[in-house]
Design a protein around this ligand. Structure first.
Ligand code: NAD
Length: 500
């Protein structure tokens, strides 16, 4: 049976009225499981009006009270973890265990935001900056803000955006991916159950029309975006055109350098998990391995080949499975197209994941683990983000060449180095032109109280996601200069007051 999905506006589920819909698939079966309404400009406007109403009450609450409601939500979401993870897995395709991780990493940011808000919203105070004059600053919420999120982390990314935004006293409009919108809708219900006032968290489902309505409406003060680079650039430019702040995070091509002294088993295990986990559909997935020296490369490729043989690909809810299907039939076609292109361009196709089948799930969107060796810089499989279970090995002759490769790539989201040499690792972490670095850690996604953000074509933003940056992004500063009558008449002054 095909379910009918809704929006979530003003504290309740609301049916779509635009007459436009999109299909939500179960990638493990290839079947359409739900119909998603795509919001019109008027429906987005209605959500913004509700958000404005709710925001006033929410902002008037002190930050500790707001935090308690958010912590109650975290508790509720934890109690509904299995339900959320199963829902997530059925629309995205990632395994049940990985889906729990998706929800958990999102909740960690809400938890941090709830606890840290009273501290991070504190202003500054200076006394006696002039005779009898004090200055203090205040951090105020922006009002109504919105988050536009990608399909690959349908719980984590909306919560990374909403957690700090809400804790800072804003109302939030979530525009989830059309591929897997059910978890954000369920999270909205849990927020209401936790005591969030109506209208403070809304979900509008939709496509470009809804996104453009959010970008163009002057009542929306800031936009958080995570998705592919061309759309990130579009959102960044359009938000600026409409006078609002934006933080936009885009695609990635994450390298992992393996020096000759690395623990090779540790490096190979890390590559298998980071390259193929979640079918390679993570913005911090490793898609390029850069072994230094032919001997290192030969040893690494042999170990990868051995491990790939044991990988189990299947339905997300099968507990025996290492990774699930890719998200749509179109994604499968695109990934298979890149595999064909890589072979044509002259890379060694060591393991070919095309034509993978899973018994009982013949129509699922399967791509098996794929390994290319001797990939070069000019090939499309090196230049482009493939976003599938495809790992490319680019052999480097020395450390400097490996460092240059990572730094010169168009994208700069994450990078890792595997070595036992502390000096080399320190040099690499300091000089590489990439936003997030792992030393013997393949997916260096920073914890909630640090910030997350890539460089170059991976991020268009002055401030990163979560951590203290998010509070700066979702607040504006007001500076108050105060003098009280002291009884001493000073008379009118006609010169610009200065500190001297
Ligand atoms: P996408 O860019 O296709 O979609 C992201 C969002 O933008 C969705 O909500 C979608 O509805 C909306 N959108 C799509 N086309 C639009 C248009 N023309 N105008 C306005 N809005 C539009 O991305 P995706 O396929 O859902 O997600 C995968 C991408 O996200 C990958 O490139 C991945 O690297 C990236 N990603 C980046 C990060 C990061 O932090 N840098 C994290 C996760 C995912």
């Amino acid at each position: 049976m095909v379910r009918e999905l809704t929006h979530y506006i003003g504290g309740a589920r609301v049916d779509g009225t635009s007459g436009r819909f999109s299909d939500v698939y179960n990638p493990s079966t290839g079947e359409v499981q739900a119909r998603l309404p795509l919001a019109s400009k008027d429906e987005v406007s209605e959500a913004i009006a509700n958000a404005e109403k709710g925001q006033a009450e929410w902002a008037a609450m002190n930050p500790q009270r707001r935090g308690r409601i958010l912590l109650k939500f975290v508790d509720l979401a934890n109690r509904h973890m299995d339900e959320l993870a199963e829902m997530l897995s059925s629309e995205h395709g990632k395994t049940f265990a990985d889906s729990k991780g998706d929800v958990q990493r999102g909740l960690e940011v809400v938890e941090f935001s709830a606890g840290a808000a009273p501290h991070l919203l504190k202003g500054e105070f200076s006394d006696s900056v002039g005779t009898g004059i004090d200055v203090h600053s205040l951090r105020k919420p922006l009002g109504v803000v919105a988050g536009i999120s990608p399909f690959n982390f349908p719980a984590m990314i909306p919560l990374w955006q909403a957690g700090p935004a809400l804790a800072a006293g804003n109302a939030f409009i979530c525009k989830p991916s059309e591929r897997d919108p059910s978890v954000p809708l369920r999270l909205a219900e849990l927020l209401t159950e936790a005591g969030l006032p109506d209208g403070v968290f809304n979900v509008v489902n939709g496509d470009k029309e809804a996104v453009d309505a959010l970008l163009e409406d002057p009542r929306v003060k800031a936009i958080g975006f995570v998705g592919s680079t061309p759309i990130a650039q579009y959102i960044y430019a359009t938000a600026a055109e409409h006078g609002k702040r934006a933080q936009c995070f885009g695609g990635a091509k994450n390298h992992m350098v393996i020096l000759p002294d690395a623990d090779m088993d540790m490096a190979a295990d890390a590559l298998i998990g980071a390259g193929y986990g979640s079918a390679g559909e993570r913005c911090m997935a490793i898609s390029v391995a850069v072994p230094v020296g032919e001997k290192t490369a030969d040893a690494l490729v042999a170990k990868l080949q051995e491990r790939i043989k044991d990988l189990r690909v299947g339905a997300g809810m099968d507990p025996e499975v290492d990774f699930g299907p890719v998200v749509t039939g179109a994604a499968k076609e695109r990934i298979e197209g890149y595999i064909a292109a890589g072979a044509e361009e002259g890379a060694d196709l060591v393991v070919d994941g095309r034509g993978h089948t899973v018994e009982g799930h013949e129509n699922g969107f399967w791509v098996g683990p794929t390994l290319f060796d001797r990939v070069t810089k000019d090939m499309s499989i090196y230049k482009d983000e493939i976003f599938g279970p495809v790992l490319s090995v680019v052999r480097a002759t020395d450390y400097d060449e490996a460092l240059r490769l990572c730094s010169e790539h168009e994208f700069g989201n994450g990078v890792a180095i595997f070595t036992r040499d502390g000096d080399a690792a320190r040099d690499f972490a300091s000089r590489v032109e990439v936003g997030m670095v792992g030393v013997n850690v393949p997916i260096p996604v920073p914890i909630a109280y640090y910030t997350f953000g890539g460089w170059k074509a991976s991020g268009f933003a002055d401030l990163n996601q979560h951590g203290p940056d998010a509070f700066r992004f979702f607040t504006k500063t007001k500076t108050v200069t105060t003098r009280w009558p002291s009884g001493v008449r000073q008379g009118a002054s006609f010169i610009m007051p200065a500190g001297s």
